[in-house]
Design a binder for this molecule. Sequence first.
Ligand code: TYD
Length: 207
Amino acid sequence: MTSSTGTFIVFEGGEGAGKSTQVALLRDALEAQGREVVLTREPGGTPTAEAIRALVLDVAHAGLDARAEALLFAAARAEHVSALIRPALERGATVICDRYIDSSVAYQGLGRELGADQIRELSAWATENLAADLTIVLDIDPVVGLARAGQVSDAPDRMESEALSFHQMVRAAFLNAAAANPATYAVIDATASPAEIHTQIVARIQA
Ligand code: TYD
């Protein structure tokens, strides 16, 4: 099910793809057109979901069980959708979300090898089938992305600390999702300049 009145735009991509820069640029552009925009992120977006985020990304929990991890991301998402995203869409806002279900499919389903289908099913249940209207994949080679992310923060979180092969699997998962649903995905080369990437995103949204 997609939103009936508002528009739900999701950004996906690996570490260091520049999502936070692009979500902010898109918010500014849409607000300049007079739209109500809700910019949010996963895991997080509400006080409870942000508390789950702090827990699940904390390197202190290095050995966290993979299923427990998947359920924590799903719990944060359930709260986020019911308390913030769905109400915003119902009043006609544009919601821009930094990461959503495809991140769980990529990181927990493939990265942690829990199974893409099972994670998709768990996410559908957690969100009562709320799907994005458009997903923008900022695609980057993880070798480049992890180096970029390392320059931004010198304290990698639990996910950033994973092996390169893990991040390569995550990248492939986003590209596969996009290839399977070209009508609702846009894949953008994240090595272009921020201004060029933004132009491509706006063009895709207007189309
Ligand atoms: P964040 O600092 O937001 O990463 P980024 O800036 O790259 O978006 O941290 C979110 C991390 O959580 C990121 O490594 C991806 C991971 N994640 C999952 O493993 N599963 C999920 O369902 C979500 C939403 C995120």
